[in-house]
Structures are given as structure tokens and as C-alpha cells.
Ligand binder design. Structure first.
Ligand code: SF4
Length: 197
């Protein structure tokens, strides 16, 4: 089984509950959405077999991967996740909550979902919900709570040319935590503050 791989790199998770965790990002190419503020370049790719991906990972002394995109679920993740799990990797995934994760759920250790305001959202179980505040209202957040049964809920600032709307996130946070008992928090993009990819 081969995959369209945009890049594979060692870094620290910058967002959400696993902030600071040493991980290898496997960024798969392509996405089923086209968010106007998207800051990820996921179009270029190299076709790689599962064995080639595994060999690439072994360059680093790290046993945790995060599969991201683009939207990773537009490719058949079964063979990749099964192989990584058998090789002993902790596997996280980042997805936009538009496509089922059921076929690979058994191999995933951490599921971070980032639904988008302009896209339909499915019903999911997840480790965390992390939404970018591109003008979100409390109704949006309450909708995500209803649809996604998550352990944690985060609001992320929108980053436009290095300017993050952190104050707006704080205001939204104050409002939602009056209406909701889920304990929403803010997730800053720590990797950007640290100047790492
Ligand atoms: S879903 Fe994510 S990767 Fe896809 S276009 Fe939107 S922000 Fe970019």
C-alpha cells in the first residue's frame, strides 16, 4: 500500500493536551476542504510505500507519531496504522471531523478533531476537540459538544500573518464556560512561539 506523503519530520506537538510531546509528524497530502485561512502547505507529495515510511521514521529516536494533513482520512489509513502499531508506535491523528475514523480507531492512541464552521460535522468519539476561532460563536461550540463526545475541548487562535486573535479567544472562552460544563480551554500554537515547524 502506498501513500501520498507531503512531509515527515521530528518536532514537538504544539497544540492541545499533548503540547510539548516529542513526536514525528507524518503529513499526508491532500484535503477534502479548502479553508480560506489554511496555513498548511499539503499539496506536494512523494509516493511512499508503508515500509519506506517506517524506514524514514527509524531515523529518529522517537516512538510517537501524529498522522496529519491536509486531511489524512482521504487516504486508506488501515495498512499504515496497523504497521505502525505493530512496530510499537504511539499513534495520534489530527482530522477535520468530516470522515469516519472507525476503520482505524483500534490503532489510534489519540484522536484530535478540528471541525470547521463551513463544513458538515459527523458524530464522533475523540480525545480532544480543537477548533480554530475564525469568528466562532458559542452556538458553534455547543454544536461540537453535541456531536463530538471528547475528553477535552480547546479553542485555538486564528493566526493571520503571525497575529493571533488570543483576546477574542479569551472572550469566547468566558462566554462558553458559563453555558457549558465541558471546561473549554485555550490551546496556543506553542511550536510557533518556539519557532519550530
Ligand atoms: S481542513 Fe485543515 S488542512 Fe484542510 S484546508 Fe482546512 S485548515 Fe487546511
Amino acid at each position: 500500500m502506498s501513500y501520498r506523503v507531503n512531509e515527515i519530520f521530528l518536532t514537538r506537538q504544539g497544540e492541545g493536551f499533548n503540547q510539548g510531546k516529542k513526536v514525528i509528524f507524518i503529513r499526508l497530502s491532500g484535503c477534502n476542504l479548502a479553508c480560506e485561512w489554511c496555513d498548511t502547505d499539503f499539496k506536494d507529495f512523494t509516493v511512499m510505500e508503508v515500509a519506506e515510511i517506517l524506514k524514514e521514521l527509524q531515523h529518529w529516536d522517537c516512538r510517537a507519531v501524529i498522522i496529519t494533513g491536509g486531511e489524512p482520512t482521504i487516504q486508506n489509513l488501515g495498512p499504515l496504522t496497523e504497521t505502525l502499531k505493530k512496530a510499537g508506535y504511539w499513534i495520534g491523528i489530527e482530522s477535520n471531523a468530516t470522515r469516519s475514523l472507525e476503520p482505524v480507531a483500534q490503532y489510534l492512541d489519540y484522536i484530535a478533531l478540528s471541525p470547521k464552521r463551513h463544513a458538515p460535522v459527523g458524530q464522533f468519539k475523540a480525545s480532544e476537540v480543537r477548533v480554530v476561532n475564525d469568528g466562532l460563536a458559542t452556538e458553534d461550540l455547543l454544536k461540537y459538544e453535541r456531536l463530538i463526545d471528547a475528553e477535552r475541548y480547546y479553542i485555538s487562535p486564528l493566526d493571520i500573518d503571525g497575529k493571533m486573535n488570543i483576546l477574542e479567544c479569551m472572550e469566547l472562552l468566558a462566554k462558553i464556560n458559563i453555558l457549558s460544563s465541558k471546561g473549554w480551554q485555550i490551546s496556543l500554537q506553542l511550536h510557533k512561539l518556539a519557532g519550530i515547524p
